[in-house]
Design a protein around this ligand. Structure first.
Ligand code: 9MR
Length: 547
């Protein structure tokens, strides 16, 4: 029973890049001798862990074993006195399989497509949700499309463990994947993970993103440029496979946040796709024009927040604070059109920056502007850089002061806490691209390590990867398919003490309140927006090792 028996060394279960910070957390004891032993039995590093320190989010006293100085690729065993030994890999490729899994997860969540065995393996399944005859809900009626009108809006990714498609959340998800393309181009240009389009001329990443862009494009009402908030059934489906979830689907309400998410993503996509105009003629200009229309609609309807209609009970993604959405869309439209009115609109909003989330997208606009320095005057460029670096410096401080060496504080343990961690990591990575100081990467690494095992639950929160991955995610196909293993490559939402689902949690401490059970939709669901920063970080770290 006692702690000694259950205590395990906590570390990133996938391993470390040769040049990275390499930390393990040791529960309950400080100054403990440890060593790293190579496969031939030789001690390659030895040291002592730090002093004991309290980590408030878990109410735990821990020490840290630092073996960053060990930089030789290989397989090792970390031996800590009195604890079970644990395997550690060091190498340039340790994150590549997990990366491919995390991006392939989007393929597994595609609506309107049969997943064939040659692509999906044991998780092959029939197509679900053709979405070729979707009804306009009364809340979304317009003169050109009265309630009940049928519209065509197939494809897209299911948002999460449910089968609905939400424009707001598609915004940050699609952005982050496109951002991975722009930042890690050489990593992606020839990279494939066996999707149906792998044989075509486009990189797989763009093929995957186009699956969702195609759907998003259909969420704009061509009559007025407004964008429907979501495409959904009235209520959540049960735990059945996609093709068995056949209730009628609706597009619901036009909102300012949907219009702005749409405008931002379409504007960025237009820039990316301009380069592929041979393969996709006309698509970039079409996206750009439709983004501008959506922006115009948002200016005319600046405060149309989502209000769940009485007969609808699926996800809300409601947001009252829209300055950040305006700022982000303005930044993207400036970069897509070169028109200075958009840059002025971005500056006028003066949106504060913190790690991005579906409800706070300001950071995304800053990232895009920082990545296009040639399009900015010196003063704007300095402002954008200073804002990103200030947020990053704050996370570095949290990292350095934390007993776990993880920049996560109690307030960060909200629904989807693992994505809070990873969106902080993305911001740190952006900062590092602007100013390559090691502390930014160290703090980013700490957050990636956190979701992959250096945490109080000992889970690597990514299905199919690590020694102790989740097995019972709140994901309808994984629950309903009769296959023991969940669909691989999904990041669970993570620990948070809200208990919104009423399941039996082992602890109410923020970083320990996690349950690997279908019941736990508040800690064990998966979503496209939580996976996206993981894809970004695994690509970013993998490409570091390539140079
Ligand atoms: O990720 C969303 C989280 O920030 C909210 O607190 C939560 C409750 O409103 O909803 C989450 O989003 C869910 C969405 O509404 C429907 N699909 C599943 C999403 C993840 O649980």
């Amino acid at each position: 029973t006692g702690q000694a028996e259950t205590a395990v060394v906590k570390l990133n279960q996938l391993g470390f890049l040769p040049g990275a910070d390499k930390l393990a957390v040791i529960p309950a004891t400080g100054n403990l001798p440890f060593k790293l032993v190579s496969e031939d039995g030789q001690v390659r590093f030895s040291g002592r862990s730090s002093e004991l320190m309290l980590w408030p989010p878990a109410g735990e006293q821990v020490s840290v074993a630092d073996f960053s100085a060990l930089q030789e690729s290989g397989n090792y065993q970390l031996q800590v006195e009195g604890l079970a030994p644990i395997a550690v890999s060091i190498g340039g490729q340790v994150y590549q399989k997990a990366h491919d899994g995390a991006i392939k997860a989007y393929y597994f969540n595609r609506a309107s497509l049969e997943l064939a065995p040659e692509n999906a393996g044991v998780w092959a399944r029939p197509a679900g949700h053709p979405d070729e005859r979707v009804r306009v809900h009364a809340s979304a009626a317009s003169p050109d499309r009265p309630a009940g009108t049928l519209i065509f809006a197939p494809r897209g990714w299911y948002d999460a463990g449910d089968y609905n498609k939400y424009v707001v959340n598609s915004g940050i998800s699609t952005y982050t994947l496109l951002r991975a393309w722009t930042d890690f181009r050489s990593f992606y240009v020839n990279r494939q993970w066996q999707i149906p389009e792998s044989t075509n001329a486009l990189p797989d990443l763009l093929d995957e993103v186009l699956w969702n862009l195609d759907w998003m494009r259909a969420m704009q009402d061509p009559g007025d440029g407004g964008v429907y908030h979501k495409l959904t059934t009235l209520n959540f489906a049960g735990a059945v496979m996609p093709h068995q979830a056949t209730a009628e689907r609706y597009v619901v309400q036009k909102t300012t946040s949907a219009a702005l998410n749409y405008a931002a993503v379409m504007a960025l996509a237009s820039r990316v796709l301009d380069e592929f105009s041979n393969q996709l003629p006309g698509l970039g200009p079409d996206y750009r024009q439709s983004a501008e229309l959506a922006w115009q609609w948002a200016l005319q309807h600046p405060q149309q927040a989502y209000q769940q209609p009485e007969d609808v009970s699926t996800g809300a993604y409601g947001d009252q604070q829209l300055q950040d959405e305006f700022a982000w869309a303005a930044a993207e439209l400036y970069l897509a059109t070169g028109e200075s009115t958009y840059l002025q609109a971005f500056l006028d909003r003066d949106a504060p920056i913190t790690e991005a989330s579906w409800s706070d997208v300001a950071a995304l606009g800053y990232f895009s502007l920082a990545g296009a320095s040639h399009s900015l005057d010196e003063e704007t460029l300095q402002l954008v850089r200073a804002r990103i670096l200030a947020a990053a410096d704050c996370f570095v401080g949290q990292h350095q002061q934390s007993a776990y060496k993880v920049a996560m504080e109690e307030a960060d343990f909200v629904w989807g806490s693992n994505a809070v961690a990873l969106n902080k990591a993305v911001l740190l990575y952006q900062a590092w691209q602007l100013k390559p100081e090691p502390v930014y990467l160290q703090a980013a690494q700490g957050l990636v390590d956190y979701v992959l095992g250096r945490n109080p639950t000992d889970y690597s929160y990514l299905t199919g990867f690590g020694n102790k991955p989740p097995l019972h995610i709140h994901h309808r196909p994984s629950e309903a398919d009769g296959i023991a293993q969940p669909v691989p490559g999904w990041l669970a939402g993570g620990a948070q003490p809200g208990w919104q689902d009423g399941c039996a949690y082992p602890s109410r401490l923020p970083a320990k309140s996690y349950l690997d059970d279908w019941c736990s939709y508040s800690t064990n669901e998966i979503t496209i927006n939580w996976n996206a920063p993981l894809v970004y970080m695994l690509a970013g770290l993998s490409s570091l090792a390539e140079v």
